[in-house]
Design a protein around this ligand. Structure first.
Ligand SMILES: [Zn+2]
Length: 176
């Protein structure tokens, strides 16, 4: 099956998922992310050329907050401090599973679905440059950074999910 059909399928699933999404934001986490819902976004594209073995850094910014527990609350990604309007790039080839501002706390957010049951999340953007269902390639500019949602300063909140579960992105990104 080609990318187009896979993308359309993901778009439908993304829309259904959004209706029940209640993800915790970057700065405030009042409840755990419902893993059964984000699972819908980790469908594996069938294109074998769309590997995600080597991710690239979505922005070049200082790590301002690490993955993991923070003041007793889960932080499902890493925060990278960047100036407003910095280009945000796709970490690897994939399909836009969600593009919008419907996830509480995330502001304007993109979710890309990749092969290998991987998904990446890009939050707090000022502007989104791609639409749900679009195929993107590694390094493509997909958004412009900002501080929408729960963010006290411009930064990119970046998540990597494997089988729907948030993992430390530093385990997937090349060492700086
Ligand atoms: Zn964050």
């Amino acid at each position: 099956m080609g990318w187009g059909r896979a993308g359309a399928r993901l778009a439908r699933r993304g829309a259904a998922w959004l209706a029940v999404a209640s993800l915790a934001g970057c700065a405030t986490v009042e409840q755990s992310a419902p893993l059964s819902t984000i699972r819908e976004l980790t469908v594996t594209p069938s294109d074998p050329t769309a590997g995600c073995a080597a991710m690239l850094w979505p922005v070049d910014g200082a790590l301002s907050s690490p993955f993991g527990r923070r003041e007793g609350r889960a932080h499902d990604g890493i925060d990278l401090a960047v100036a407003e309007d910095t280009p945000v790039r796709a970490a690897c080839d994939g399909v836009v599973a969600y593009a919008g501002n419907g996830l509480r706390g995330y502001g304007n957010v993109l979710i890309l679905s990749h092969s290998g049951a991987l998904a990446t999340v890009y939050a707090h953007n000022r502007a989104l440059e791609v639409r749900q269902g679009e195929v993107v390639v590694r390094g493509q500019i997909i958004a412009r950074s900002g501080q929408t949602g729960r963010a006290s300063a411009p930064h990119l909140h970046f998540e990597v999910r494997k089988d729907s579960i948030a993992r430390d992105p530093l385990g997937y990104l090349p060492a700086k």
